[in-house]
Ligand binder design. Sequence first.
Ligand SMILES: CCCCCCCCCC/C=C\CCCCCCCC(=O)SCCNC(=O)CCNC(=O)[C@H](O)C(C)(C)COP(=O)(O)OP(=O)(O)OC[C@H]1O[C@@H](n2cnc3c(N)ncnc32)[C@H](O)[C@@H]1OP(=O)(O)O
Ligand code: FAD
Length: 615
Amino acid sequence: MSAKVNDDLLTERRKCEFNVEELTNYLDGGAQATQNRRKLEDKVLSTKGLFDEVPEEYLSHKEKYENAVRKAVVYYKAMKEAEDPNQTEQERANATYRSLLHAAVFKDNSPFSLHLAMFIPAILGQADEEQKKYWMKRASKMEIIGTYAQTELGHGTFIRGLETTATYDPKTEEFVLHSPTLTAYKWWPGSLAHTANYCVVMAHLYINGKSCGIQPFIVQFRDEETHQPLPGIKLGEIGAKLGFNTVNNGFLGFDQHRIPRNRMLMKNAQVLKDGTFKRSPNSKLTYGTMVYVRVVIVNGMANQLARAVTIAVRYSAVRRQSELKPDAGEPQILDYVTQQHKLFIGIASSHAFTLTAKWLTRMYQKVTADLEKGNLDELPELHAIACCLKAVTTTDTSVLVERSRTSCGGHGYMLSSNLPQIYGLVTAACTYEGENTVLMLQTARSLVKALEQAQSGKRLSPTMSYLSEKVSSRLKWDNSIDGIVKGFRRVAYGKVESAMRSMRKYVRSGLGPEDAWNMSSVQLVAASEYTSISEADIRQLQDTYEDLLGKIRPNAVGLVDAFDFRDQILNSTLGAYDGRVYERLMEEALKSPLNAEPVNQSFHKYLKPFMQGKL
Ligand SMILES: CCCCCCCCCC/C=C\CCCCCCCC(=O)SCCNC(=O)CCNC(=O)[C@H](O)C(C)(C)COP(=O)(O)OP(=O)(O)OC[C@H]1O[C@@H](n2cnc3c(N)ncnc32)[C@H](O)[C@@H]1OP(=O)(O)O
Ligand SMILES: Cc1cc2nc3c(=O)[nH]c(=O)nc-3n(C[C@H](O)[C@H](O)[C@H](O)COP(=O)(O)OP(=O)(O)OC[C@H]3O[C@@H](n4cnc5c(N)ncnc54)[C@H](O)[C@@H]3O)c2cc1C
């Protein structure tokens, strides 16, 4: 018999003014997609051995990893078996697009994450047809487990500064991989330490002493039978982190390690047997995997933010605290307008990121199709947009997840709420796949170029077209959506123009272009991410805003119910559908090993002699 649902949550669900299932269907891309997703989740989550006997937080660092590998093999097999052979690729993608299925199994991400998130995309994007056929067969069947090894101990952002070398030996038709310094060691790749046995390595190619730029190589680094590191390979784990502690991030050093010529992924650039180098049509095509993952991250942020606000809004409907009016009893904390302000922006942002992710994915698919036909025209715009949206969505999601945590008081600080772990996952995305400041400066580079083109009368790409609108600075905008958008476009224009004026001022003062750029870089980042509107209009919008909060209030629980996260995926004492918060907090507390006995052995060993002055 299912447990009794909290009365306040029942009331909230009765108050909801819209059809929750309809919104769920919309988010999934239709009723059939919702059914497919639920069917997949039912199948996979009914698999034995997927969940922890002891809560992960009470395991050692090593036990956490070993337990995660145990679950990863069960999970991956269950996912494979659950695949419906009659489904189209698109239906399958839709079913997983919104599902955070892996989050029900791994609070801190899977040791297989990089195999799916980067190793496979790197092969798909960087291998020639023959290589793709061979490696995809092995990788998709998990005969091998891979990762993506680009970052080094000494370099993450500046890819052109990577020190790992790949020197071509025409006599043996091999590449010799080498880490000339400690800082050249690959450092950070997920799964690298003890899980994977292959990786795509980004290394500096040299032929006859000449630099041929950074190229991708597929490298085996562990024996497939014994899992021992191969000769000339130094491997290890980089240590405990804020989160991602079951992703097995590692380090790898090469000592004159030889690989066959056909291990350089040769879709874009090629090395012939005699050492002839055939250059890529655009050297940045090598960076294509990063563009893909930045696109995927935007959707990942939408889902993680939705999960956090679901937990916080349901808890805020159950938690009663303080006194709003004398003798009126303790209100639900969701009735405080400050609580609504903290949480409703998170609901709206998750929907905004979902729609943005869909739009960006379509743009990525179009540009990738064009690249296949040799048309690189829209690659720069895709790069700029992917950088901006990855940076903005990860920054905003980190802020809003942390705000969801702090809006739940002390219970939000409990690991059993799962809000700290969700924060650990999303805040990592501000750094990986391109640190956010660095990516915003990439976008700024495109914005400055676009404004210069606009000022010389050239046509701009659709996403930059606001820079060519001669919008009057005396524009008055109203509270309509159109008015607000016009206002934002006007201010965004002003930010880019102001940054450019600043750079020109520095150049006139005698600084070189690079120093002028650096001196203006705070404004350049603001131009890429930040749009604010002038003081007078904030007051007008504020009234509208507070009025909107009141309109959302009766529907808040319905809005998060529509995300349709089952309890196992929320994995939270505060966010379960039935709202039995206090019983769950106690149930989880009693699982602490410290509660196995009333007096801990440290009393007799340390406390008692200490208090009796015998230590
Ligand atoms: C994903 C599928 C999921 C399936 C299932 C999921 C499974 C479970 C869940 C998974 C959960 C978690 C997964 C975790 C994933 C973690 C992955 C993390 C991996 C990494 O971090 S990999 C390493 C990432 N590193 C970076 O991003 C480095 C960032 N640095 C750069 O990109 C570059 O150095 C730079 C900052 C762009 C500067 O490069 P450079 O100095 O060479 O370039 P310039 O600034 O001089 O510009 C030159 C010119 O080139 C253009 N350009 C630069 N980059 C690109 C690009 N990528 N594409 C196209 N064009 C580019 C730039 O615009 C300039 O053009 P211009 O001269 O102005 O015309
Ligand atoms: C959880 C996690 C997982 C990861 N997984 C992988 C992986 O699987 N594979 C992989 O290859 N890498 C991985 N990384 C590494 C990640 O890609 C790098 O950390 C990231 O690219 C930043 O590089 P860095 O750490 O060397 O910082 P640096 O590049 O040293 O930058 C440090 C700081 O310097 C400033 N800075 C640097 N350059 C500029 C600039 N041009 N302009 C202005 N400011 C600048 C920024 O503030 C930046 O934060 C992972 C990282 C994390 C945190």
